[in-house]
Design a protein around this ligand. Structure first.
Ligand SMILES: C[S@@+](CC[C@H](N)C(=O)[O-])C[C@H]1O[C@@H](n2cnc3c(N)ncnc32)[C@H](O)[C@@H]1O
Length: 687
């Protein structure tokens, strides 16, 4: 520990509320004190010159506290061996006697069996049972795996169809302002995004494989669980680095891994940055579910964490609800001065308005009663009221006094005007609440709103499988669910990321809401690919009688109506340029030994083989190889391939062997800001 730390620690320990029974500093109490400019903390810090000079700046004779610097310092230092830190280290998920954060492994997963493929593999039983594509690499085996990758096959999609990409749009600071779909393994794609997007992503949503036994991890339970956790840990850690300080991440998950994922997230993002656990209704108690004994599962969850809760600024969201029947009184003469107001019940006012006797209303109007009375309420929202006792402990002193006064003055109406809050109207000690404060515009409709809770029962549509015009049998999420997440987070210049896009639900929603997005997916779903969905979203211009019409023929499903989606916009598609990955994909789909032997011939010529493999020996023993089962042969070929070379590394972009086209070179360099950096180094060095 250096001297400065020692002095600081000693100084902080002088305040008894900053230390626990073991004389250890309570890191989060101190951080909280800093955010609240706690006088005791400031006094301690300012007392010692060395500390004062580090965390305070002198401006015109005043010392100004640099909270961020102090908090950063406290958060970054591991020397604070408080009980929280020790506990946190202890609760680390334990696999085979080792905590997850001690296991420096990387899980590379080829999720060919995540979801039933509509293009090619159409039936569930076409999934091969052998799942050996969960490969764990030890840290020592990794040298170039995480290097940024060359990007290829660039295409821009607009209402005119597919176009060549010639340039990437950027903002003044050089940050890419394009919607992107990147095809490739998400772990490597995330690492590749770091150069451009480190600390720039505001919101992440992912819907990873749930590890239910039906997805790509369904191999053997022990192996499966630890592989899944390692898989998630690798990706979530890097995703955290992409988030801005005020950013947040939402993860869909079900009860299989919920508990484990939460502990993992506590480790990566910090318990103090837990921001919600949302329960989503994903089905109904129907069919075979309804005859099962026990508790019928119809829900799943969304875990919400932010990078730093102190900086996270979510929006306040209201959801549509039925008419609030507690508002059952009516002011007959709202236009008059407050003192002259007279009241009746809502039912009486409605009865008079519609010309039907109060006692016959429900019978006469039948099913139409609710619609008609709601219309009446919406047309007179300032007159429809609820009269309720206010919580006397939650009001200001001035309001409290008025409440007491109003209790004493029978039927007199008191009006208290307030700034930035609804006025207070009181009668007989009770408050008048107006329906006009409950009405709002939601999805283009004037409705009654209520603040959103963490139970989402209403996001599942009837026609989920039709949304976006493409199919994904398992795991397709409703557009409404993602819309809700993006509404919580929406702000100017937001960049949204999903690295498990599947059928592209989340990016379709972001596109329709005008939010910049990046989507990553490894699989090509053919006619059900996310790129097809996104082309449906953007739509096509329509020609009629030789003339182009103004309107666009675009996707009208999902949230289109709610956001008045009319088509337009564009996105860029690109891929991590494959190297060994090409062979992995060939091995995966090979049907027999003969095919595998052909692949081996190709591998000898064009792949990067592990250093320890002797090609000659493999050839000499080829007869023995043929004796193995197809699964074993596949495993051997996969093991021979060097995993650091799955895709072409950026450092090889100019290497002739990889035949990177001039166009890919230009765009890859633009993406990684290579030219710019070279130019700025040239400027700095004067060369
Ligand atoms: C449950 S699906 C997501 C579905 C999506 N929310 C939707 O509405 O369509 C999970 C997706 O993650 C993808 N995936 C799994 N592992 C991956 C990896 N290592 N790299 C890239 N994509 C991966 C799968 O291919 C699958 O499409």
């Amino acid at each position: 520990m250096n001297k400065f730390h020692e002095v600081l620690m000693e100084q902080l320990s002088r305040e008894s509320s900053f230390i626990n029974d073991n004389d250890e500093l309570k890191k989060f109490v101190i951080i909280d004190a800093a955010y609240n400019i706690n006088p005791k903390l400031i006094e301690l810090l300012i007392e010692v010159d060395e500390i004062k000079n580090k965390f305070f700046t002198e401006i015109k004779g005043h010392w100004v506290f640099n909270i961020n610097l102090f908090v950063q310092y406290m958060e970054n230092k591991n020397f604070l061996k408080d009980s929280y830190t020790r506990y946190k280290n202890k609760i680390g998920l334990n696999i085979d006697g080792k905590f997850l954060n001690q296991r420096n492994e990387v899980s590379l997963v080829w999720p060919f069996k995540d979801c039933v493929l509509e293009g090619g593999q159409t039936k569930e039983d076409q999934k091969r049972p052998e799942i050996f594509f969960n490969e764990l690499l030890a840290q020592e085996e990794i040298d170039q795996l995480f290097e940024p990758k060359v990007l290829t096959n660039w295409k821009r999609y607009t209402t005119n169809g597919e176009e060549k990409v010639t340039k990437l749009k950027t903002d003044k600071k050089g940050v890419i302002k394009e919607n992107l779909i990147v095809k490739g393994n998400n772990l490597l794609a995330l690492h590749s995004l770091l150069i451009q997007f480190k600390s720039k992503i505001q919101t992440i949503y992912i819907d990873p494989p749930y590890n239910t036994g039906n997805d790509s991890f369904g191999y053997n339970d022990n192996f499966n669980h630890s592989t899944w956790l390692t898989f998630m840990k690798n990706r979530l850690s890097i995703a955290r680095n992409l988030l801005t300080e005020s950013g947040s991440i939402y993860i869909s998950i079900d009860q299989n891994e919920l508990g484990y994922l939460q502990v993992l997230m506590d480790e990566i993002f910090g318990l103090q940055n837990r921001a919600g656990l949302i329960t989503v209704k994903r089905g109904s108690v129907t069919g075979h579910k309804s005859i099962n004994p026990g508790v019928v599962n119809v829900s799943e969850n969304i875990l919400l964490y932010c990078k730093n809760k102190n900086f996270w600024k979510p929006n306040r969201i209201f959801l549509k609800r039925n008419r609030n029947i507690r508002y059952n009184n009516f002011i007959l003469n709202r236009h008059k001065d407050t003192e002259q107001w007279s009241f009746c019940t809502l039912l009486s006012a409605f009865s008079k308005h519609i010309g039907i006797d109060k006692n016959k209303l429900k019978k006469t109007l039948g099913n139409e009663f609710e619609n008609k009375i709601y219309e009446f309420v919406k047309s007179n929202p300032a007159s429809v009221i609820q009269i309720a006792y206010p919580d006397i402990n939650k009001v200001s002193k001035e309001v409290k006094e008025k409440i007491l006064e109003s209790k004493k003055n029978q039927d007199k109406i008191f009006h208290i005007a307030r700034q930035n809050e609804p006025d207070f109207f009181l009668i007989n000690g009770q408050r008048l609440l107006f329906y006009s404060d409950r009405l709002m515009e939601i999805d283009g409709e004037t409705v009654t709103g209520e603040p959103m809770s963490d139970i989402w029962l209403d996001v599942l549509p009837n026609d989920l499988h039709n949304e976006g015009g493409i199919k994904l049998k398992k795991g397709k999420k409703p557009e409404k669910l993602v819309k809700r997440i993006l509404e919580i987070e929406k702000k100017e210049n937001l960049i949204f990321l999903d690295f498990h896009i599947g059928s592209g639900t989340s990016i379709a929603v972001a596109h329709k809401m005008g939010i910049q997005y990046i989507g990553i997916e490894q699989l090509d779903y053919g006619k059900n690919d996310s790129t097809i969905r996104m082309q449906n979203v953007i739509g096509k211009k329509i020609k009629k009688d030789g003339e182009w019409l103004d309107s666009i023929d675009c996707d009208r499903s999902g949230i289109s109506k709610a956001v008045n989606w009319q088509g337009g916009g564009n996105f860029i598609y690109c891929e991590l340029k494959k190297y060994n990955e090409t062979f992995i994909e060939q091995i995966e789909v090979a049907k027999d030994s003969k095919e595998l032997l052909n692949i081996w011939e190709g591998m000898k010529e064009h792949s990067f083989i592990n250093y320890n493999v002797d090609i000659k020996k493999q050839d000499e023993q080829i007869e023995e190889f043929k004796e193995l089962t197809l699964k074993q042969q596949k495993e051997i070929l996969l093991q021979i391939l060097n995993k650091n070379q799955l895709y072409v590394n950026l450092s090889s972009v100019d290497d002739e062997d990889f035949k990177v086209s001039a166009e890919d070179k230009k765009l890859t360099k633009e993406f990684y800001k290579i030219e710019e950096e070279q130019k700025s180094t040239q400027m700095k060095t004067g060369l």
